[in-house]
Each structure stands twice: as C-alpha cells, then as structure tokens.
Design a protein around this ligand. Structure first.
Ligand code: DLL
Length: 432
C-alpha cells in the first residue's frame, strides 16, 4: 500500500533527477543561511556551484554530531526562531544535548513521511494506533502521532511506560497497531502474560518498531509473542526523527525516502565513499529541511544499501537493518564485537528469554565479556545440569561466531531491568 503512489513508485532515474535538483538548492541554502556551512565550505575551498552531478557531493565536508553539540542550542538553525514552530532534542550518551528545529513546512513534510511509513506497514483509517513511543523532546511520540492522524487512523497517545495500563487499553480500545521500541514491545507482552491477557485474542495486526537495533531473531520472538507483523523503522533526530526509512511488506531492507534524503555509505575509518552493496557508515544529506538542514551528516550507523527494485513496487534504495553504531562496537581483547551479534546468538537458544545485558570489565588487565541473560521459569527451576548445558552452549556459539571467549550468567526471570524506550544493552566498566 502506498500513501503517495506517484512518488513512491518513481523510477530510479527520476529519483536521481529530483535529488540532483534538490541537492544543488540545499547546498546553496546552507551556504547562504548557516554560518557554520559557509565557514566550512570556504575552509575546504568548495562552493555550492561546484555541485553539478550527484557524484560531486563528495567534494563537500561531512557534518558530525559534535558540530551540532557545539551549535547548542540554535546556531545551526537556518531560519529565525519565529519561523520555528517546534523543537526536539536528543540526549546522546555524553550528556550534552543537541537541539533540532522544525518550520511549519518541516512538520508538514515530516507528517507526510510518517503517513507514508505507516501506510507502508498496512495502516489505514480503520486502524487504532497505540503510540507507546515517548512524547516529549524525543521525536518518536509526536512523529508517529502526526503521521497516524494524517492517515486518519485513531490515535491513542499513551506514550511509553505504565505498562499495565498499556495492556488494559490495548484490550479495551481494540488496538490494531502498536508503535514503540522493540524492547518495550516485549515488556508489554510480558506484562500481558502476567495479567492473564492473551494477546493472540486481541486485534493486534502490526507493530512498527525502531529507535534501537534489533535482530531478525528478535523479530521472530516479537511476532510470536504479540501475534503481529513486526516492521522496522529507522530515523534520527538530527535528520528529521522517525520517517527516514521503513520496511515494506517484503521485510527485506528499509526503503529510504530518497526524495527527501540523499544517502551515501562511507568507510568509517577513511571517510571514502563506498559502492552499493558494501557495508559502512550511513551518511545523510537532507534535501528539503528548512529549519535545520544537514549536509553529509555522519550517522555512525552501520548498514548496506541495495538499489534493486523491490517486489512492493518502490524503487527507493533499501538499507539493511542497522546492526549497530560504529560507537557501539566493543573491542574485546582486540576482537570487534557488536551487541547485536550477541543478541542474534542468544535468541536462537531454546529457553533463553529476550532480556539480556552485556557487561565489559577488566580482570588482571584483561577484558572480560560477560553476558547476562534470563531463562524462562521452567529452565530456571530445572536441574543445574540443564543450566550448565545452556551456559556452555552460549559460550561455544559466541566463541565460534565471534572468536572471543565470554562469561555467561543465566539469571532468574525478570531480573534484567526492562526499558520503556531505548534499551541499555551494554555496560562497559572499563576505565580506558
Ligand atoms: O530514535 C528516531 C526514531 C524514533 C526512530 C522512533 C524510529 C522510531 P534518536 O533518538 O535521535 O532518534 O536516535 C537515533 O537511534 O542514529 C540509530 O543509532 C538508532 N536507531 C533508530 N532507529 C533504528 C533502527 C530516533 N530501526 C539513533 N534500528 C540512530 C537500529 C536505530 N537503530
């Protein structure tokens, strides 16, 4: 299903023409309106008029999160504050927040993109959308809210948290679409089980989950427990919020809305652009943003692009599920490990629950990777022998897939902290 069929099914040559025109304009706009870009371009000796072909984008410098931090709060805005109708912010890990601003038109475009996203996931005006993304400075809540209203669905603006009430409302209001982080959806499922509510008997049809990485095995677990079609949605506040890309019914990569975002993949070490099909860091240039456009923004998210046509009829390039951020990569005794790789392994083991945490610390100057994961009640009260078997199976799988030894601790059900938004999977206690 499409929201804007004429745009969503454009052939690639036309998408590229649109991108070329819009890139030329946005480079000029940034140069004229934002001192940061003017100085940066001047420093690099590049002018907006040097852009003639899509390939010329590599002549322009990258923008990084730190640039936005330094511009706190409003220095990256391209328009006076009176034209900004909304701000959002993201906290990040360092504590210093970054602020983004939207003009009326930005909110209009964002709502359209979120409508596209929801419709790609099968949402119609007959649906009841329980929006359990956090409302507030985080872009998830309001981003989904405006999109769902635009489609004409019935929105329940419940925000995250108060999980018992989520379950009650899901049952009483006839929720058909659940929107929240994937980790929170499993917490909702768990509370439903505790409350004796059978999710299989409710009206849930689809869930639109994002804002954090989640593996294919996690998807199977969610689909099974919540009895719905689980789709991945990707986005980031610096670029717009949710609504950069989404999975269609083929669930084979997330279509990037390329009429609004120009994407590249680069080698995170060298900054060199990489061809389609090669894994690297996603870099995004906004094509239509007015409040805070970004040029070649380094997302730190790692993915691969696939430009092949999709069975859904869209020609927008597809990005593979984001398996992690360059910043999330753990280096354990010299071996690179992504938390998502551990998740993938854990979710394949019988009796293991989708709640885990990864601890990294030093013992006698050596890195230790400790995986704590819950097992179900049955296994937990089973013989010790069974628990030891599972532990050693997890260790072996981690060793053979990642080439690193680990400590595994099976913990009692419901002991790992549940999250209402983005889950915190890694606790790195190393003092470097
Ligand atoms: O998380 C926007 C969003 C809200 C996306 C709701 C989807 C649904 P930020 O808080 O700025 O914005 O965080 C952005 O979260 O750079 C990724 O590292 C991560 N992320 C977002 N979506 C996904 C996803 C929102 N589907 C950062 N898979 C991004 C993996 C994701 N990581």
């Amino acid at each position: 299903m499409y929201w804007q069929p004429e745009i969503e099914t454009l052939p690639r040559t036309e998408i590229k023409n649109i991108q070329k025109d819009r890139l030329a304009k946005i480079l000029e706009y940034c140069y004229q309106k934002i001192p940061f870009y003017r100085e940066k371009f001047d420093e690099e000796g590049v002018k907006p008029s040097d852009f003639e072909h899509l390939e010329d984008i590599t002549k322009f410098p990258f923008t990084v999160k730190d640039d936005l931090r330094k511009a706190y709060p409003y220095k990256m805005f391209a328009v006076p504050l009176k034209e900004i109708v909304r701000v959002h912010a993201s906290s990040g890990t360092t504590g210093q927040i970054t602020v983004v601003g939207y003009t009326k038109n930005d909110i209009e475009v964002w709502s359209e993109l979120m409508a596209r996203t929801l419709v790609a996931c099968g949402v119609t005006e007959d649906d009841v959308v329980q929006n359990a993304y956090g409302y507030g400075l985080f872009t998830g809540g309001l981003g989904f809210h405006y999109g769902a209203e635009r489609v004409g669905a019935t929105v329940i603006p419940i925000s995250g948290g108060n999980t018992k009430r989520q379950v009650q409302i899901m049952k009483d209001f006839g929720t058909t679409i659940l929107t929240c982080t994937p980790s929170y959806s499993l917490y909702v499922a768990e509370v439903a089980e505790e409350e004796g509510v059978d999710l299989k008997k409710l009206n849930l049809k689809a869930g639109i989950f994002g804002a954090e990485p989640w593996s294919e095995n996690m998807r199977s677990e969610i689909e099974e427990r919540l009895n719905l079609d689980a789709r991945d949605i990707y986005g980031l506040s610096e670029v717009i919020g949710p609504g950069v890309s989404v999975e269609c019914e083929a669930k084979d990569g997330l279509h990037i809305f390329e009429d609004h975002f120009f994407v590249e993949i680069i080698d995170p070490e060298t900054g060199e652009q990489k061809p389609y099909g090669e894994r690297g860091e996603l870099v995004i240039t906004t094509l239509t943003k007015e409040g805070i456009p970004v040029v070649r923004y380094r997302t730190r998210d790692l993915t691969v692009l696939n430009p092949e046509p999709c069975s859904c009829g869209r020609h927008f390039v597809r990005m593979a599920k984001v398996t992690g951020r360059a910043d999330d990569m753990l280096i354990i005794r010299g071996v690179n490990v992504f938390p998502s790789q551990i998740e993938e392994i854990l979710m394949q083991i019988e009796g293991v629950e989708p709640h885990y945490q990864i601890l990294v610390y030093r013992e006698d100057h050596l890195d230790v990777l400790e995986v704590q994961v819950e097992v179900n009640e049955k296994i937990f009260s089973d013989e010790v022998k069974r628990l030891l078997e599972i532990e050693s199976k997890i260790k072996q799988e981690i060793q053979s897939a990642l080439g690193v030894s680990s400590k595994v601790k099976l913990v009692e059900p419901k002991t790992i902290a549940r999250s209402e938004g983005k889950a915190k999977r890694v606790i790195d206690q190393r003092v470097i």
